[in-house]
Design a protein around this ligand. Structure first.
Ligand code: SAM
Length: 264
């Protein structure tokens, strides 16, 4: 599959999204592994960088319990924006220094600063993402390298895999709060919990968010066309395919979304 050219991938996506939406939503067919995902540099270069929209890379959360009313500008991706707001729900945010680890294209940092009025920075391994974030959200700070001991709350929004790095985990200062929301297979969930135990971290919260994420994806897909009339349909379709595929993984029980709050 990796040997497909970009054109072949696009054709495949176009075929799948044109013919199989209903079947996928009803889990009657099984998709192959996604060949594009929202962290993919190809997706960024082709469908984000120069396009007049600001997608996030998480898949959304349809469970609104933060007190915020979203500004009109943030109603373009309500589920995804809400997923970020949910990270700091009931977390003490002052005088916290917060780092969004794997901040991607940077919108999550901007959302948290805007609504919670917190001191939050972003880090991502991809320099092009960080350049885009700094350009798009100039009031914020995004880096490719930081000293994580400068922060006492670390956020992992769909970037939990970073916690499996020994180097990374060993450099986290004691007393740091880790807030994680990500999809887990049964295996990765077990490994994750083992790692928490081995590191003697304290799990303050464990919450299954699968239903709320699935509902958000369904709403996202169903309202895409209406929300993004001004965006080329191939771009919207590529994004839609990723959401459909993610939904499928949840529907067949391959993955579940969990939120963890962990004290180191
Ligand atoms: C699924 S995306 C989530 C992005 C963002 N949190 C959001 O929800 O919109 C995961 C991000 O982690 C970043 N990433 C992967 N490995 C990393 C590493 N070693 N250090 C920092 N960021 C990394 C990827 O570049 C990608 O932007």
């Amino acid at each position: 599959m990796n040997e497909l050219t970009l054109e072949q991938k696009e054709k495949l996506f176009a075929d799948i999204t044109a013919t199989a939406d209903t079947a996928i939503r009803e889990s009657k067919i099984q998709l192959s592994d996604p060949m594009l995902n929202l962290s993919d540099m190809e997706f960024f270069n082709k469908y984000v960088k120069d396009v007049r929209w600001h997608p996030l890379q998480n898949h959304g959360l349809e469970e609104f319990h933060t007190p915020f009313h979203l500004e009109t500008a943030d109603q373009d991706f309500p589920g995804q924006v809400n997923a970020y707001l949910d990270l700091l729900h009931e977390i003490p945010t002052t005088p916290a220094k917060i780092l969004d680890v794997g901040c991607g294209w940077g919108r999550g940092v901007d959302i948290l600063r805007k609504y919670y009025k917190v001191d939050v920075h972003g880090i991502d391994i991809q320099q092009p993402f960080i350049d885009y974030a700094n350009k798009t959200y100039p009031g914020n700070k995004y880096f490719t390298d930081v000293d994580i001991t400068d922060y006492n709350v670390l956020l992992f929004m769909d970037s939990m895999h970073l916690m499996f790095s020994h180097k990374f985990i060993n450099s986290i200062a004691q007393g740091t709060l880790l807030v994680v929301s990500d999809f887990f297979t049964p295996d990765t969930l077990e490994e994750f919990k083992n790692m928490i135990q081995i590191e003697r971290f304290e799990c303050v919260l464990e919450k299954d968010q699968t239903d709320a994420v699935m509902k958000a994806i369904v709403r996202d897909i169903d309202t895409l066309k209406a929300r993004f009339k001004h965006i080329d349909k191939h771009i919207v379709n590529a994004y839609k395919h990723i959401q459909l595929n993610t939904l499928h993984q949840f529907k067949i029980g391959h993955t579940k979304q969990y939120k963890f709050v962990i004290k180191t």
